[in-house]
Design a protein around this ligand. Structure first.
Ligand SMILES: Cc1cc2nc3c(=O)[nH]c(=O)nc-3n(C[C@H](O)[C@H](O)[C@H](O)COP(=O)(O)OP(=O)(O)OC[C@H]3O[C@@H](n4cnc5c(N)ncnc54)[C@H](O)[C@@H]3O)c2cc1C
Length: 808
């Protein structure tokens, strides 16, 4: 059938909602020369049996925006294409059984406000009026989202396909892609069951088959199918089509009208991954019903809708849906193979997110860069080992349930742990470490003193670790704290052109003498942060790059992408080195007890890198700090890390500390974090990090965008906040008000133990080009779970604004 198709600009693999949306949007952006290949029939994978809920309030602003767009699209597609989508603006009603759940809903309302989503809290009496069949005597309240709705997923997909066809996309059913051909690290074509097609872009939208398809090209796509259920009843008196979709998250269920009856499904706290191989003929197929697994959902639904007791269930549906390790879908260009894009792993939100995700990916493909901050979905947030079956199966038991669980701040996964352990792990565990996970690494969040349990007790208020972290925080400010930062990404770049390559990517001046370290952004063409990292020149042609734990794959990919024909070799050496951060005013004295190296300001100034011997071990030491105190990062060959750790902890005055202390220290000091204050949407001018940009350099990626923005002036600026009410607990995505008007959202928050109050950072909007002081005018308040808390504001760090302590 494809015999006649020999070439296309892009081949989209998979005819579910994701593939249809990507094809539709590519064509809408002018790429008509697109082929969509579907191994069987459009919608035959997971899409055909989805419940079709489109709920706008998601876990983040970006996610909410993507669904906002989907809803608008599904409402207008019928007129544009002549195909119905079944869009019905019935609204959502999300009920709370506990005060904690109500607090979470209150926070969601506040976040929704920041992206223009209308939502409000109501009492049980209003729930009873809106949903007469709903039991309300055990509710603490509910959230109403009037603009939410539902669709018929197969119809949405057919409408998108029709819209794509009308703009020239060729859709072929019954054609399977068997592999992707690559040439010199870039996509060159696809092999199909009906012959080869040459193309420059391939988009893997193969749903639960996406992992296996990616594997054939060495592209990790970490997703796994999980059995996912709903039941449908025969008509029930009192059920009308305009009933809002009811979600009882504490009961793990959603309920909506279906042909006069009710459709109810949900997310079991312990899910059931589908471990059998997917049969070749799996199309419009379902899995074998499992009433036992469904029981928890049935119970939840019965508790909420007593009328279900006497209803007749006509269908119990068990269909596979792909989930990912972190519950976010996978969207973007894969590292290591140019032109290979992925849109898959939708975690039971593919219908809601499909429209927005398809548009975002199409813009990325057509413009050669992500249109906005999509890092939460980026394939580069994973390591290849995240795609291993044993890990995925373990993780999948937990991921779906988290969807409806209370979104506790600092919630850590229970499954899929211990992928990567620091060589110091056992020592830290013996000292009462409570570990969290970042990019596969087990990392110390905080340490429990003798007699206390190293387990975080989740709450939106003050969590149980606060006094212990206060102790760690004070150790760093007053004496010395020792952090295990082994999870840092570490890259070595060497070769005659290594300096030229870094000069092209770094906004700061990295042409420094051997022995110097530079903190620099890597920017995209919009001038936004692709990364921020430190670059140490350790030899005439050798650079040692240290980046955040989460940035390891993306930074390596960014560097390789820009290497062109330059003679430079990049090696990821993350696991080869342990990192010990010795931080605090006594750090020099402590280090001097275990090292003969000269450590005074002349011999070892701030920003210097030296090879020194510590406790008999050859160590690379960099004089830097992420906490705002005198300190050194010690890079120790991993097998010998224990010796250095033991010597330092035995040297006196040193307290081991974890990442929660690091966070409160860095926020007090106004240090920005990648992924929070620094994202692809934020520029150094907006972030207040202009000192890291050297416009005098003739060129670097992002320079012209920065020049233009400097000319115009910024209309968003990062400000530092301190909460005036010392009891208020902010977590980092609360709305910011100035003189009663919503002007922005927090990016990070913590309790500042040196200041004795909550500290935070966040971007606020204003007129372009106004002087910095103007941003500080007005009365600022932070909306903490619906309560406006007055806040002091500053452009400079609350702690040691002149940086004297760093250079002490
Ligand atoms: C019970 C249930 C209820 C759900 N309810 C909702 C809901 O209310 N709201 C919501 O937003 N989401 C919901 N979902 C999730 C939603 O259905 C999915 O996220 C979405 O359908 C995924 O779409 P997709 O295009 O990624 O995958 P699919 O629909 O599976 O499409 C992938 C396609 O790729 C094809 N393919 C695979 N390999 C190849 C190949 N090599 N060559 C060619 N073609 C190939 C397959 O045949 C398939 O058609 C639900 C899911 C389930 C199971």
């Amino acid at each position: 059938m494809t015999g006649v198709i020999e070439h296309a600009r892009a081949v989209v693999v998979g005819g579910g909602v994701a593939g249809a949306s990507v094809a539709y949007h590519l064509a809408a952006l002018g790429w008509g020369d697109v082929v969509l290949l579907e191994r069987r029939s459009l919608t035959c994978g997971t899409t055909w049996h989805a419940a079709g809920l489109v709920g706008r309030l998601r876990g983040s602003r970006t996610a909410s925006r993507l669904v906002q767009y989907s809803a608008e699209l599904y409402a207008r597609l019928p007129e544009e294409t002549g195909h119905a989508t079944g869009w019905r603006r019935c609204g959502s009603l999300i009920v709370a059984r506990t005060q904690e759940r109500l607090a979470q809903l209150g926070r969601s309302v506040a976040v929704g406000r920041a992206v223009g989503i209308d939502a409000h809290i109501v009492g049980p009496a209003v729930v009873a009026r809106l949903w007469p069949l709903c039991r309300t005597d055990d509710l603490t309240g509910a959230m109403v989202v009037p603009d939410d709705g539902r669709v018929i997923p197969a119809d949405v997909t057919q409408a998108l396909a029709a819209g794509a066809r009308a703009r020239g996309v060729r859709i072929r059913e019954g054609v399977a892609v068997t592999g992707v051909r690559a040439r010199q690290g870039a996509v060159a074509g696809v092999a199909t069951s009906a012959g080869d097609i040459a193309c420059e872009v391939v988009v893997n939208c193969a749903g639960m088959w996406a992992r296996a398809l990616g594997q054939t090209s060495g592209v990790p796509v970490p997703l796994w199918p999980v059995e996912h259920f709903y039941a449908v009843t025969r008509p029930i008196v009192g059920v009308t089509p305009d009933l809002a979709v009811l979600r009882d998250l504490d009961g793990c269920v959603y309920v909506r009208e279906e042909v006069g009856g009710l459709l109810f499904g949900g997310f079991e706290p312990v899910a059931k991954p589908w471990i059998d191989p997917i049969p070749d003929d799996f199309a419009f197929s379902l899995l074998k019903e499992d009433p036992e697994q469904f029981e928890v959902l049935a119970r939840g639904a019965l508790e909420r809708i007593p009328a279900l007791e006497s209803a007749e269930v006509q269908l119990l549906l068990d269909g596979p849906e792909s989930f990912t390790p972190d519950g976010n879908f996978i969207l973007g260009e894969a590292p290591g193979l140019r032109g290979y894009f992925v849109a898959a792993g939708f975690n039971s939100g593919g219908i809601a997110s499909g429209g927005g995700a398809g548009r975002a990916l199409a813009e990325w493909i057509v413009n050669g860069a992500a249109p906005m901050d999509l890092t939460a979905y980026d394939p580069r947030r994973f390591l290849p080992r995240h795609a291993e079956p044993a890990y995925l199966v373990a993780r999948m038991r937990e991921v779906p349930g988290v969807h409806y669980a209370i979104a506790w701040p600092n919630r850590e996964p229970e499954t899929g742990r211990d992928m990567l352990r620091s060589p110091l792990h056992e020592r830290l565990a013996a000292r009462g470490a409570c570990f969290g996970v970042k990019m596969g690494w087990e990392r110390v969040n905080w340490l429990a003193p003798a007699g206390a349990s190293p387990r975080t007790e989740y709450t939106f208020g003050r969590q149980n670790w606060l006094p212990h972290v206060a102790h760690e925080h004070r150790a760093a400010r007053e004496r010395a704290a020792l952090f295990d930062q082994t999870s840092f990404g570490k890259l070595q770049l060497e070769g005659p052109d290594a300096g030229t390559l870094l000069d092209r990517l770094a906004a700061n001046d990295v042409a420094v003498p051997v022995g110097r370290t530079v903190y620099t952004p890597f920017l995209n063409a919009r001038g936004g942060y692709e990364s921020d990292l430190t670059i140490s020149r350790v030899g005439p042609e050798t650079w040692f790059l240290v980046t955040g734990s989460a940035q390891r794959v993306r930074d390596a990919d960014w560097i390789r992408r820009h290497a062109g024909g330059l003679r430079a070799t990049l090696t990821d050496v993350t696991e080869a080195w342990a990192t010990l951060g010795l931080m605090g005013p006594r750090a020099r004295d402590v280090l001097a007890r275990v090292s003969a190296a000269p450590l005074d300001n002349e011999a070892f100034p701030f920003g210097a890198v030296r090879d020194v011997v510590v406790a008999g071990v050859a160590v690379r030491a960099i004089r830097l700090s992420y906490v705002g105190e005198l300190g050194w990062e010690l890079y120790v060959p991993a097998p010998r890390a224990g010796e250095v750790w033991d010597a330092l902890t035995a040297a006196g005055e040193v307290l081991p500390a974890g990442y929660y202390a690091l966070d409160s220290l860095r926020i007090e000091k106004g240090y920005r974090a990648w992924g929070r204050e620094l994202t692809p949407d934020d520029t150094p001018w907006q972030a207040g990090l202009g000192f890291t940009v050297k416009l005098a350099k003739p060129d670097f990626v992002g320079r012209s965008a920065l020049m233009a923005q400097r000319e115009r002036g910024v209309s968003r600026r990062l400000l530092l906040f301190a909460l005036d009410d010392t009891r208020a607990v902010a977590w980092g995505d609360e709305p910011i008000y100035r003189d009663g008007r919503l002007v922005g959202t927090l990016t990070s928050a913590a309790y500042g133990h040196t200041l004795g109050r909550g500290v935070a950072m966040g971007y606020v909007e204003s007129e372009p080009g106004v002087p910095a002081e103007t941003w500080l005018g007005g009365r600022y308040e932070i909306d903490v779970a619906g309560e406006r808390v007055p806040a002091s504001v500053s452009l400079r760090a609350w702690h040691d604004p002149t940086g004297e302590r760093l250079r002490a």
